[in-house]
Design a protein around this ligand. Sequence first.
Ligand SMILES: [Zn+2]
Length: 368
Amino acid sequence: MQVRDIQRVLEEWAPRTAAWEHDNVGIQCGDPHMSVRGVLICLDITEDVVRDALRRRANLIVSHHPLLYHPLSSITSTTRVGRTATTLVRKGISALAAHTNLDAAPEGTSSALAGILGVRDPEPLDHSFGLQVKLVTFVPAADVDRVARAMAEAGAGIIGNYTQCSFRTEGIGTFQGNAESTPAAGRRGKYERVPEVRLEMIVDRDRLPAVLAAMRHAHPYEEVAHDMYPIGNAHPRFGMGAIGNLRRPTTLGAFLRRVRRMLGTGALRYTGDVRRRVVRVAVCGGAGSRFIEHAIAQHGDVFVTSDVSFHRFQDAAGRIALIDAGHHETEYPVLATIAGKIREACRARAERIPVAVSAVRTNPVAYA
Ligand SMILES: [Zn+2]
């Protein structure tokens, strides 16, 4: 497999279209066509992680935090990013990042955190908006089923548990082909009125190129009239954070011990009564304090996230138990999911590529 194949595996799961606007995801450096000898997965690419990759003969590093995030005007040995990027290039190691796209994806950062804490069937805390478009095309009635099926096979028309969702309205299409045209219906140079069906389907933005190609291929017309509308719908499966119920109710005290044990956090900062009953758990891997109100509105008993400020604790007190379990610690569980997805893709292609999560400690925060 090449670097771009691994990128495709990751982005079919966590599409770039789901990333925040100013994020920098995808290939950070290296060669998309390079053949991958080994994959090393980490939250942050540090110089120690690069050494770990060299030791393991891995030539692709997949990280959660992008190595290149802020625009750079120079790459020198005087900065951490400059040194790391230089070594990667010099040693022929490619780097790939899946950041906020992974946070928003189903089975992403927060789902992995929820899973490790025993939360069942987590749903996003705050669904992502604007990840879909409405695609409309105009098809002669005899061809509409075929066109709709082709579009559905490429990924259009999925709403929750339903596939092949479309809406159809009958109408009249008009056109007049010029001297170069070869119209499928009527004659060149003649004004035509043709009964057509307005076929509309919802499409995830990342599936759009495939669906447009399928639509053009299946459509009988030379020029395929179509409209694309951005739609503001909340995506049913993509979003930030996760919320769900524990299998069995517990107390906040016992839940705090579970969080510490499962995440290996040196110490937890929290607010709430340790005797409080906990069954509905909201989480957000990484800095997720802005979702506290979402967790409260969705009746969370507790919210686990990181980078919580004093005033956020103050706002939460008495309304929800709030736990700051560390940025690194709350994101770490997703690394195993990334490894699983890449291993699965390697197996499916019968390729033996070692895939490992780096054992190097990259958390800059220690607990005294
Ligand atoms: Zn983070």
